[in-house]
Design a protein around this ligand. Structure first.
Ligand code: SF4
Length: 276
């Protein structure tokens, strides 16, 4: 079966590469898509549906929307759209918005608490629905923005996992759009005629948030040096651990063995005592 457009074909190729690279979807999987109604989650839902119809393996897709409880949130638009396309879906009404309001003062950034609460709801529903994978709509731009956020503000060199086993080993989270850019996701959602709806969260789109700052910085850099973002994405799969300072990647015993010195070399101990 041919794809609907050249864009869909390109995105299907990128998603398939991610699925293969990180062993994301297997025969018989029931994939639960976290569908917020934003452009990225719509793009993921549409793309997985397109892949499902053409894949040589059998898997099913179910959309799950977590309603945070904001009064203006248009969850019924999500329901109508899924019904019109014949997509299985579930809308879960929660009080996450109120919980965040209670727990945080006005100056705190609520996103990490929000993400944790949503993740908990998604895990519970995945168990209820018998989902074997939970697919999230994070794309390449999210990966490199997260890389910069961790680098600048957390003192760690990491982006986000393309495939993650939950701490209790009960759930597998996958991010099939890892190689798809935000621009491609936006264009695909528009082309598919899907209704992008805001989450109605008070801080959503607030340009003072650090992630938005990273987005602006990357936009400027990309204008000046086209290809910068692609290079950053490539860097995530081309890590030279020896050129970093993480002792876990460069254990001292390994360095000594490489130099032909015995493990527990006493010369090292004496240098340590001189410098202390
Ligand atoms: S912007 Fe709002 S909805 Fe989005 S993660 Fe932050 S708190 Fe949650």
């Amino acid at each position: 079966m041919a794809y609907e457009s050249a864009l869909e074909k390109r995105l299907a190729r990128k998603a398939t590469k991610a699925i293969v690279d990180f062993d994301m979807i297997e025969d018989g999987d029931r994939v639960m898509v976290g569908l917020s109604g934003g452009k990225d989650s719509w793009a993921l839902m549409q793309l997985l549906d397109a892949l499902r119809r053409r894949a040589p393996i059998e898997f099913s897709v179910v959309a799950v929307n977590v309603d945070s409880g904001y009064v203006d949130y248009k969850h019924e638009t999500i329901a109508r759209t899924c019904e019109a396309r014949g997509w299985e879906y579930r809308i879960e009404h929660t009080t996450i918005g109120a919980i965040i309001d209670d727990k945080l003062d006005e100056t705190a950034t609520p996103c990490s608490l929000c993400a944790r609460l949503r993740r908990g709801v998604l895990y519970r529903i995945a168990s209820e629905l018998g989902a074997t994978k939970i697919a999230l709509g994070h794309h390449a731009d999210d990966f490199i923005e997260t890389l910069l956020l961790n680098l600048f503000f957390s003192g760690s060199l990491k982006a986000m996992p393309a495939r993650l086993l939950s701490d209790d080993r009960q759930h597998v989270v996958i991010r099939p759009l890892v190689y798809v850019s935000e621009e491609e996701a936006r264009e695909y959602t528009e082309q598919a005629g899907l209704p992008v709806i805001g989450c109605c969260c008070p801080v959503c789109g607030d340009l003072s948030l650090q992630r938005q700052r990273m987005k602006r910085m990357l936009l400027d850099l990309e204008r000046e040096h086209p290809g910068v973002k692609q290079s950053m994405l490539k860097a995530l799969s081309n890590v030279a651990g020896r050129h970093l300072l993480d002792r876990r990647l460069n254990p001292i015993d390994g360095l000594r063995a490489e130099a032909g010195r015995p493990v527990g070399d006493p010369a090292h101990a004496s240098i340590e005592s001189v410098s202390s």
